[in-house]
Ligand binder design. Sequence first.
Ligand code: NAP
Length: 245
Amino acid sequence: MKAYKSKDDLLIGKTILITGAGDGIGKSLAIESAKLGATVILLGKTLSKLESVYDSIEALNKAQASILPLDLQGATEQHYIDLADTIKREYGHLDALVHNASQLGILGPFEQIPQDMWDNVMQVNVNAPFLLTKSLLPLLQQAPHASIIFTTSGVGNKGRAYWGAYCVSKFATEGMMQLLADEYENSTLRFNAINPGATRTAMRASAYPAEDKDALKTAFEILPSYLYLLGDDSIHVQGQRINAQ
Ligand code: NAP
């Protein structure tokens, strides 16, 4: 899958919602998906970043993207219900959902984890994907084949000292993906998770401020596994944890 080569028309006719689409991996995935024909719904926190991605997609002269500004930190279940209604009204269906946005929180010893930081990380990394998936399931079920992609991490299936709330949230992410894959085994929905591996983004820089950034893969370079899971070549792939590198 790391070497997956997508056809130029892989995502034509597909509507894809990406969270955290304003920066890092989400931004690169949004632009690349649009290049391959997808209509991309850009969800994120900072409007100016989303507008910049929107403009990059406009410049491609492909399907028009749309912007959904939402701070996952403060969003309530009603926000997700309203969001699902909006997508249903505007597009009528949804072919893919990429849970990409995450908070790293503060790395450090377990006994010093502040509860508010723990709660914030869980809210964005676990509660938001739970509520977003729940609200969009009826719409995703209307697509011929829908792909739901969760984003895990190297600390999502093996605990690592000092990775605190982020580590626990990624275990929960993988648990949610596995539970859904099992529950919807005999359906048109598929649920999988990608571990991007070390990638040159703002989040990586805040976790490893001293490392040589030029030695890391760029967000564009790690996209083949995402594109594989978004396109119809993966319609029988269910419940997998895929390393993008
Ligand atoms: P990033 O550059 O920090 O981008 C994260 C994106 O999520 C940003 O667009 C950010 O929006 C958005 N976001 C954060 N909090 C949000 C909130 N409360 N509401 C809405 N959007 C929010 O991170 P990245 O490195 O691309 O990470 C993408 C995914 O890959 C994450 O799930 C991360 O855990 C995972 N991952 C990354 C690496 C790596 O090496 N980079 C390795 C393993 C896993 P703003 O910019 O507006 O804040």
